[in-house]
Ligand binder design. Structure first.
Ligand SMILES: Nc1ncnc2c1ncn2[C@@H]1O[C@H](COP(=O)(O)OP(=O)(O)OP(=O)(O)O)[C@@H](O)[C@H]1O
Length: 267
Protein backbone atom coordinates (compact mmCIF):
# COMPACT_ATOMS: atom_id res chain seq x y z
CA UNK A 1 0.00 0.00 0.00
CA UNK A 2 1.22 3.50 -0.83
CA UNK A 3 0.64 6.77 0.98
CA UNK A 4 -1.85 9.12 -0.62
CA UNK A 5 -1.44 12.80 -1.27
CA UNK A 6 -3.54 14.09 1.60
CA UNK A 7 -1.27 16.24 3.72
CA UNK A 8 -1.92 15.43 7.36
CA UNK A 9 0.67 17.21 9.41
CA UNK A 10 3.41 19.60 8.44
CA UNK A 11 5.96 21.83 10.13
CA UNK A 12 7.55 25.04 8.94
CA UNK A 13 10.83 26.32 10.36
CA UNK A 14 10.43 24.37 13.59
CA UNK A 15 13.11 25.31 16.09
CA UNK A 16 13.61 24.24 19.69
CA UNK A 17 16.21 25.86 21.88
CA UNK A 18 17.00 24.52 25.34
CA UNK A 19 18.79 26.64 27.94
CA UNK A 20 20.15 30.18 27.81
CA UNK A 21 23.42 32.01 27.23
CA UNK A 22 26.43 29.74 27.36
CA UNK A 23 24.16 26.72 27.94
CA UNK A 24 22.02 27.42 24.90
CA UNK A 25 21.44 24.30 22.83
CA UNK A 26 19.48 24.36 19.57
CA UNK A 27 18.15 20.80 19.58
CA UNK A 28 15.91 21.31 16.51
CA UNK A 29 16.99 23.90 13.98
CA UNK A 30 14.58 25.31 11.35
CA UNK A 31 13.14 21.94 10.41
CA UNK A 32 10.50 21.58 7.69
CA UNK A 33 8.44 18.44 7.19
CA UNK A 34 5.26 17.25 5.49
CA UNK A 35 3.68 13.95 6.46
CA UNK A 36 0.81 12.47 4.44
CA UNK A 37 -2.00 10.09 5.22
CA UNK A 38 -0.86 6.45 5.28
CA UNK A 39 2.76 7.46 4.78
CA UNK A 40 5.55 5.74 6.69
CA UNK A 41 8.32 8.11 7.52
CA UNK A 42 11.59 7.46 9.31
CA UNK A 43 13.55 10.19 10.99
CA UNK A 44 17.11 8.89 11.11
CA UNK A 45 20.06 10.35 12.96
CA UNK A 46 22.66 9.65 15.58
CA UNK A 47 22.08 10.01 19.29
CA UNK A 48 21.62 13.66 20.19
CA UNK A 49 20.66 14.77 16.67
CA UNK A 50 17.28 16.02 17.89
CA UNK A 51 14.94 13.22 16.77
CA UNK A 52 13.16 12.75 20.08
CA UNK A 53 12.82 16.49 20.60
CA UNK A 54 11.22 16.82 17.17
CA UNK A 55 8.96 13.84 17.91
CA UNK A 56 7.80 15.44 21.17
CA UNK A 57 7.02 18.68 19.35
CA UNK A 58 4.98 16.78 16.76
CA UNK A 59 3.17 15.03 19.61
CA UNK A 60 2.44 18.34 21.30
CA UNK A 61 4.32 17.28 24.43
CA UNK A 62 6.95 19.99 24.00
CA UNK A 63 6.40 23.53 22.79
CA UNK A 64 8.50 24.66 19.84
CA UNK A 65 10.53 27.85 20.40
CA UNK A 66 9.49 29.07 16.95
CA UNK A 67 7.84 27.80 13.78
CA UNK A 68 4.39 26.58 12.93
CA UNK A 69 2.74 23.18 12.85
CA UNK A 70 -0.24 22.65 10.57
CA UNK A 71 -2.63 19.78 11.21
CA UNK A 72 -5.26 18.82 8.64
CA UNK A 73 -4.96 22.15 6.87
CA UNK A 74 -5.23 24.35 9.97
CA UNK A 75 -2.61 25.81 12.33
CA UNK A 76 -2.42 23.33 15.21
CA UNK A 77 -4.01 24.67 18.38
CA UNK A 78 -3.17 23.11 21.74
CA UNK A 79 -4.21 25.98 23.97
CA UNK A 80 -6.74 24.30 26.20
CA UNK A 81 -7.58 20.85 27.50
CA UNK A 82 -10.22 20.32 24.80
CA UNK A 83 -7.78 21.07 21.96
CA UNK A 84 -5.20 18.72 23.43
CA UNK A 85 -7.68 15.93 24.07
CA UNK A 86 -8.92 16.10 20.47
CA UNK A 87 -5.35 16.13 19.12
CA UNK A 88 -4.25 13.21 21.27
CA UNK A 89 -7.18 11.16 20.06
CA UNK A 90 -5.66 11.43 16.60
CA UNK A 91 -1.98 11.08 17.41
CA UNK A 92 -0.44 8.44 19.64
CA UNK A 93 3.11 7.49 20.48
CA UNK A 94 5.11 4.44 21.42
CA UNK A 95 8.26 5.46 23.27
CA UNK A 96 11.58 3.69 23.75
CA UNK A 97 10.75 2.82 27.30
CA UNK A 98 7.39 1.06 27.37
CA UNK A 99 7.16 1.57 31.13
CA UNK A 100 6.77 5.30 30.54
CA UNK A 101 3.64 4.67 28.49
CA UNK A 102 1.64 2.86 31.14
CA UNK A 103 0.20 3.65 34.51
CA UNK A 104 2.04 0.99 36.49
CA UNK A 105 -0.74 0.76 39.06
CA UNK A 106 -3.30 -0.32 36.49
CA UNK A 107 -3.72 -3.92 35.44
CA UNK A 108 -3.61 -4.89 31.75
CA UNK A 109 -7.40 -5.18 31.60
CA UNK A 110 -7.85 -1.59 32.77
CA UNK A 111 -5.14 -0.30 30.43
CA UNK A 112 -6.96 -1.78 27.46
CA UNK A 113 -10.42 -0.91 28.75
CA UNK A 114 -9.33 2.73 29.04
CA UNK A 115 -8.58 2.72 25.30
CA UNK A 116 -12.17 1.70 24.60
CA UNK A 117 -13.40 4.44 26.94
CA UNK A 118 -11.28 7.00 25.10
CA UNK A 119 -13.13 6.09 21.92
CA UNK A 120 -16.40 6.95 23.62
CA UNK A 121 -17.87 3.65 22.45
CA UNK A 122 -20.91 2.21 24.21
CA UNK A 123 -20.08 -1.46 24.52
CA UNK A 124 -21.39 -4.33 26.59
CA UNK A 125 -19.02 -6.21 28.89
CA UNK A 126 -18.88 -9.07 26.39
CA UNK A 127 -18.13 -6.75 23.48
CA UNK A 128 -15.34 -5.11 25.47
CA UNK A 129 -13.89 -8.50 26.30
CA UNK A 130 -14.01 -9.52 22.64
CA UNK A 131 -12.29 -6.33 21.48
CA UNK A 132 -9.54 -6.58 24.09
CA UNK A 133 -9.03 -10.23 23.20
CA UNK A 134 -8.87 -9.39 19.51
CA UNK A 135 -6.27 -6.68 20.17
CA UNK A 136 -4.11 -9.10 22.16
CA UNK A 137 -4.44 -11.81 19.52
CA UNK A 138 -3.31 -9.28 16.89
CA UNK A 139 0.00 -8.89 18.74
CA UNK A 140 0.31 -12.58 19.67
CA UNK A 141 -0.52 -12.11 23.33
CA UNK A 142 -3.05 -14.17 25.30
CA UNK A 143 -5.52 -11.84 26.99
CA UNK A 144 -6.66 -14.61 29.37
CA UNK A 145 -3.12 -14.96 30.73
CA UNK A 146 -2.37 -11.25 31.03
CA UNK A 147 -5.52 -9.35 31.90
CA UNK A 148 -5.00 -9.64 35.63
CA UNK A 149 -1.30 -8.64 35.60
CA UNK A 150 0.41 -5.34 36.27
CA UNK A 151 2.77 -3.91 33.63
CA UNK A 152 5.83 -4.62 35.78
CA UNK A 153 4.91 -8.31 35.73
CA UNK A 154 5.37 -8.41 31.95
CA UNK A 155 8.59 -8.83 29.96
CA UNK A 156 9.93 -5.91 27.91
CA UNK A 157 8.80 -7.62 24.71
CA UNK A 158 5.31 -8.27 26.11
CA UNK A 159 5.07 -4.64 27.13
CA UNK A 160 5.93 -3.52 23.65
CA UNK A 161 3.31 -5.83 22.18
CA UNK A 162 0.81 -4.47 24.66
CA UNK A 163 1.58 -0.96 23.47
CA UNK A 164 0.77 -2.04 19.94
CA UNK A 165 -2.43 -3.71 21.18
CA UNK A 166 -3.41 -0.29 22.57
CA UNK A 167 -2.74 1.30 19.19
CA UNK A 168 -4.89 -1.43 17.60
CA UNK A 169 -7.77 -0.36 19.86
CA UNK A 170 -7.19 3.39 19.55
CA UNK A 171 -6.51 3.40 15.78
CA UNK A 172 -5.02 6.91 15.73
CA UNK A 173 -4.46 8.82 12.50
CA UNK A 174 -0.78 9.27 13.34
CA UNK A 175 1.51 6.94 15.26
CA UNK A 176 4.88 8.11 16.42
CA UNK A 177 7.17 5.20 17.19
CA UNK A 178 10.42 6.09 18.94
CA UNK A 179 12.73 3.05 18.52
CA UNK A 180 9.78 0.74 19.07
CA UNK A 181 11.80 -2.43 18.77
CA UNK A 182 14.64 -1.60 21.13
CA UNK A 183 13.60 -4.07 23.82
CA UNK A 184 12.91 -7.10 21.70
CA UNK A 185 15.13 -9.65 20.01
CA UNK A 186 15.70 -9.69 16.25
CA UNK A 187 12.95 -12.20 15.58
CA UNK A 188 10.24 -10.38 17.55
CA UNK A 189 11.55 -7.18 16.06
CA UNK A 190 10.46 -7.98 12.53
CA UNK A 191 7.14 -9.31 13.89
CA UNK A 192 6.51 -6.00 15.64
CA UNK A 193 7.38 -4.04 12.53
CA UNK A 194 5.10 -6.24 10.46
CA UNK A 195 2.29 -5.59 12.96
CA UNK A 196 2.76 -1.86 12.60
CA UNK A 197 2.81 -2.11 8.79
CA UNK A 198 -0.39 -4.15 8.92
CA UNK A 199 -2.00 -1.46 11.08
CA UNK A 200 -1.03 1.13 8.50
CA UNK A 201 -2.57 -0.94 5.71
CA UNK A 202 -5.80 -1.55 7.62
CA UNK A 203 -6.31 1.95 9.05
CA UNK A 204 -4.45 4.29 6.66
CA UNK A 205 -2.38 5.26 9.66
CA UNK A 206 0.58 7.59 9.18
CA UNK A 207 3.58 6.17 11.02
CA UNK A 208 6.64 8.17 11.99
CA UNK A 209 9.60 6.04 13.09
CA UNK A 210 12.38 7.64 15.06
CA UNK A 211 15.53 5.59 14.70
CA UNK A 212 19.30 5.59 14.30
CA UNK A 213 19.11 2.42 12.26
CA UNK A 214 19.24 3.17 8.52
CA UNK A 215 18.61 -0.47 7.64
CA UNK A 216 15.41 -0.55 9.67
CA UNK A 217 14.37 2.79 8.19
CA UNK A 218 14.83 1.49 4.66
CA UNK A 219 12.94 -1.71 5.43
CA UNK A 220 9.83 0.03 6.73
CA UNK A 221 9.65 3.50 5.22
CA UNK A 222 8.27 5.30 2.22
CA UNK A 223 10.15 8.47 3.10
CA UNK A 224 13.35 9.19 5.00
CA UNK A 225 14.37 12.36 6.81
CA UNK A 226 18.04 12.40 7.80
CA UNK A 227 18.77 14.54 10.83
CA UNK A 228 22.15 15.86 11.93
CA UNK A 229 22.74 18.34 14.77
CA UNK A 230 19.14 19.50 14.80
CA UNK A 231 18.84 19.97 11.03
CA UNK A 232 17.22 17.86 8.34
CA UNK A 233 20.16 17.44 5.98
CA UNK A 234 18.46 15.20 3.45
CA UNK A 235 15.01 13.87 2.70
CA UNK A 236 13.33 11.85 -0.01
CA UNK A 237 11.91 8.46 -0.84
CA UNK A 238 13.64 5.66 1.05
CA UNK A 239 15.10 4.21 -2.17
CA UNK A 240 16.29 7.53 -3.49
CA UNK A 241 18.06 8.42 -0.23
CA UNK A 242 19.59 4.98 0.25
CA UNK A 243 20.68 4.34 -3.32
CA UNK A 244 21.84 7.83 -4.12
CA UNK A 245 22.61 9.70 -0.90
CA UNK A 246 23.58 13.31 -1.54
CA UNK A 247 24.69 14.60 1.83
CA UNK A 248 28.04 13.48 3.30
CA UNK A 249 26.34 12.70 6.63
CA UNK A 250 23.86 10.35 4.92
CA UNK A 251 26.72 8.75 2.99
CA UNK A 252 28.54 8.18 6.26
CA UNK A 253 25.47 6.72 7.98
CA UNK A 254 25.05 4.28 5.12
CA UNK A 255 28.71 3.32 4.96
CA UNK A 256 28.56 2.61 8.71
CA UNK A 257 26.23 -0.25 7.82
CA UNK A 258 28.63 -2.13 5.53
CA UNK A 259 26.30 -4.99 4.68
CA UNK A 260 23.32 -2.84 3.93
CA UNK A 261 23.70 -2.98 0.16
CA UNK A 262 24.11 -6.74 0.14
CA UNK A 263 21.34 -7.42 2.65
CA UNK A 264 18.79 -5.29 0.92
CA UNK A 265 20.06 -6.16 -2.53
CA UNK A 266 20.33 -2.60 -3.70
CA UNK A 267 22.90 -3.46 -6.32
N1 LIG B 1 14.77 18.67 28.28
C1 LIG B 1 15.95 18.99 27.77
N2 LIG B 1 16.68 20.00 28.31
C2 LIG B 1 17.87 20.36 27.79
N3 LIG B 1 18.44 19.78 26.71
C3 LIG B 1 17.76 18.78 26.12
C4 LIG B 1 16.49 18.33 26.62
N4 LIG B 1 16.04 17.30 25.82
C5 LIG B 1 17.02 17.12 24.89
N5 LIG B 1 18.03 17.99 25.06
C6 LIG B 1 19.23 18.11 24.21
O1 LIG B 1 18.80 18.27 22.87
C7 LIG B 1 19.66 17.54 21.99
C8 LIG B 1 18.84 16.56 21.17
O2 LIG B 1 18.34 15.52 22.02
P1 LIG B 1 17.31 14.43 21.52
O3 LIG B 1 16.95 13.57 22.70
O4 LIG B 1 16.21 15.08 20.79
O5 LIG B 1 18.22 13.60 20.49
P2 LIG B 1 17.94 12.18 19.84
O6 LIG B 1 18.41 12.29 18.43
O7 LIG B 1 16.55 11.76 20.05
O8 LIG B 1 18.92 11.24 20.65
P3 LIG B 1 18.70 9.68 21.08
O9 LIG B 1 18.79 8.88 19.82
O10 LIG B 1 19.88 9.45 21.99
O11 LIG B 1 17.40 9.56 21.79
C9 LIG B 1 20.72 16.86 22.85
O12 LIG B 1 21.86 17.69 22.84
C10 LIG B 1 20.07 16.84 24.23
O13 LIG B 1 21.06 16.91 25.23
Amino acid sequence: MKPDQELLISGKDITKVFGYGKNKNTAVDSVNFAFHRAEIISIVGESGSGKTTLAKIVMGLLKETSGEITYRGQPRKLKNHRDRKAYWQDIQAIFQDPFSSFNLFHKVEKLLNDCLDLQGLKLSKEERFEKMKEACTFVNLKFEELYNKYPFELSGGQMQRLMIARIFLLHPKVLLADEPTSMVDACSRSTILDMLLKLRDENDMTIIFITHDVGLAYYVSDTLYIMEKGKIVEQGSAEQVLINPQHPYTQQLISDVPKLNEEWNLG
